[in-house]
Every structure is written in structure tokens, then in C-alpha cells.
Ligand binder design. Structure first.
Ligand SMILES: [Zn+2]
Length: 71
């Protein structure tokens, strides 16, 4: 999970709002509920790029589907 200190300094690049940790241990996300977007965290590094953000709904659905691993 992301470091809480990191969360406190990160803001959403779109709305400049606060982010919260979301996702799973395998696929952690930083979620902006105002934009309804989730930013992926790869190797403990948050990817704060608009074109990498995924809709939170879509990201949540992806977590519940366990088939098709490795893609
Ligand atoms: Zn936002």
C-alpha cells in the first residue's frame, strides 16, 4: 500500500483534489472520487498521468474478474 506521507502530497492532476488509496495489494490505485478516476501505482510509484487513469468503476470491475490473468 502507498505510504501515507506520499498520499498527503499527491493530488489529482485533473481537479487538484485529494486522493485516497484504493485497489488491491496486487493492483493498488490512487483514487480521485471527484473525477471518478483511479491512477495506477507501479513499483510503488504512482503514475499520475491522465492517459493512464482508469475509471474507478472499470478498475473495480477488473478486480472482481480473476480470469484472464497475465494480460
Ligand atoms: Zn480529480
Amino acid at each position: 500500500m502507498p505510504n501515507p506521507d506520499l498520499l498527503s502530497i499527491l493530488i489529482c492532476p485533473r481537479c487538484k483534489g485529494a486522493l485516497s488509496s484504493a485497489g488491491t495489494a496486487e493492483k493498488p490505485l490512487l483514487a480521485c472520487h471527484a473525477c471518478n478516476l483511479g491512477y495506477p501505482i507501479e513499483n510503488d510509484i504512482p503514475i499520475m498521468l491522465g492517459d493512464r487513469a482508469r475509471p474507478l468503476k472499470e478498475a473495480a470491475e477488473g478486480q472482481t474478474v480473476n480470469e484472464g490473468e497475465g494480460e
